[in-house]
Design a protein around this ligand. Structure first.
Ligand code: NAI
Ligand code: MG
Length: 393
């Protein structure tokens, strides 16, 4: 069956890496048609909406999006760069990727952090008996993508009724003397359904791909209500998965253990902000932004994207220097989702072969400072990296 994929390049290097992933998908024989979806800064500037309704409709129709990256700029720049005829109309910039997650309730975010053998960016540590060891990290983060600290329920100078509601909590005594205009509040709201869906997804993934443990990474000793709910639900659900160990770590301790025993962790599940933090932490052990892929899954719609942004400082470089692997791995996650795992595995194997061979490396893999001179120092272009991967298929 021929699929239709909504291709959402977005801004900056999103426009560079997305076509590279499509080249690889075509080379592996994935039969699909790609329809272009407008998204990003250009559309904010020209029509006052970075996520036009027509793009939402494309995703409603075709369900699967492959997304590059977008550029977000601070409020002043957003106002200044808006088309003159749209200025002063009260339009407010909103991140279109956050918009997509909220509109389609893409509440499950999967961020695999898997080391490729021979990647010069892999984490190494000093071994007990001298010398160094390179743990083979294979950890998959499940991040609740719509609730928690990033849900956007927050105030500076909270309105009176909000303040009054908060005052019903005894702990608000500590803030009694803070005038409302001098107060900022960001909430961490977690729903039972949201909790259950992300924990279920984590266990199911562990079961499907043979991971031995699921770790809830929260802080229930302090965040007794929200982290407490996550932990309680996980304990209940774990009984349905007898072969999988349930562990719990606190987010702060987990960041320390990152460099101590990262290879111990299989699947990790966490609330929005904590998931964001640990997934960046683990990504740093396996090559960083050039390798970090992700899936945003809802009940109907799914969007696959590298976790990096639009890297504006490199968008004008021609030829391009950036690493397309994060985008290509995101396309592999799309194939997994579409029951095309054998094709995804062939691509991942091709990437592994290129990395292990060590002849083709983008500037980040050579630990160079980005710029047009990296080619003279032996780095390959974005397109050459893709070509090398395709040649291994
Ligand atoms: P960024 O991820 O765009 O870039 C940070 C640095 O990481 C780059 O300067 C580069 O050194 C490196 N890098 C990123 N992608 C790379 C790749 N594929 N290969 C090699 N090196 C790579 O983050 P930054 O600079 O904080 O943000 C730039 C813009 O991107 C902002 O407008 C921001 O709002 C947006 N952004 C968008 C995201 C998204 O679309 N999901 C996520 C993060 C940032
Ligand atoms: Mg992040």
């Amino acid at each position: 069956m021929k699929r239709t994929i909504v291709a959402l390049p977005g801004d900056g290097i999103g426009k560079t890496v997305l076509p590279e992933s499509i080249r690889v998908l075509e080379a592996v024989g994935f039969e699909a048609e790609y329809v272009h979806g407008d998204i990003g800064w250009d559309f904010w500037c020209s029509e006052g909406n970075a996520l036009p309704q027509r793009t939402i409709e494309l995703l409603e129709k075709y369900k699967i999006g492959l997304f590059g990256a977008i550029t977000s700029k601070p409020k002043e720049a957003a106002d200044r760069e808006l088309a003159p005829e749209l200025q002063g109309k009260g339009l407010v910039y909103f991140s279109p990727i956050v918009g997509l997650r909220q509109h389609f309730n893409l509440d499950i975010c999967i961020r695999p952090c898997q080391a490729f053998k021979g990647n010069p960016l892999n984490f190494i540590r000093r071994a007990a008996g001298g010398g160094f060891e390179e743990p083979l990290v294979d950890t998959v983060i499940f991040r609740q993508n719509t609730e928690g600290l990033y849900a956007g329920v927050e105030w500076t100078n909270p309105p009176e009724n909000v303040r009054a509601a908060f005052e019903t909590h005894p702990k608000m005594k500590a803030f009694k003397h803070v005038p409302s205009p001098e107060m900022a509040i960001s909430t961490r709201i977690v729903s039972l359904q949201g909790c259950r869906r992300i924990i279920r997804a984590a266990f199911e993934y562990a079961k499907q791909y043979g991971y031995k443990n699921v770790t809830v990474c929260e802080k229930p000793n302090v965040l007794r209500e929200t982290s407490g709910m996550m932990w309680r639900e996980a304990k209940t659900m774990a009984k349905e998965y007898p072969g999988i160990a349930l562990w719990d770590t606190n987010i702060d301790a987990q960041m320390m253990w990152l460099t101590k025993n990262p290879e111990s962790y299989g699947v990790i599940v966490a609330e929005n902000m904590f998931g964001d933090i640990i997934s960046d932490g683990f990504a740093g052990l396996v090559g960083g932004l050039g390798f970090a892929c992700s899936a945003n899954l809802g009940e109907e719609v799914a969007v696959f994207e590298p976790t990096h942004g639009s890297a504006p400082k490199y968008q004008e470089l021609n030829p391009s220097i950036v690493n397309p692997i994060a985008m290509i791995l995101s396309a592999c996650m799309m194939l997994d989702h579409l029951d095309e795992k054998p094709k995804a595995d062939r691509i991942r194997k091709a990437i592994a072969d290129v990395i292990e061979e060590g002849k083709t490396a983008t500037y980040d893999m050579m630990k160079l400072r980005g710029g047009p001179d990296v080619f003279a120092l032996g780095a390959c272009t974005t397109q050459q990296m893709t070509d090398a991967i395709i040649s291994k298929l």
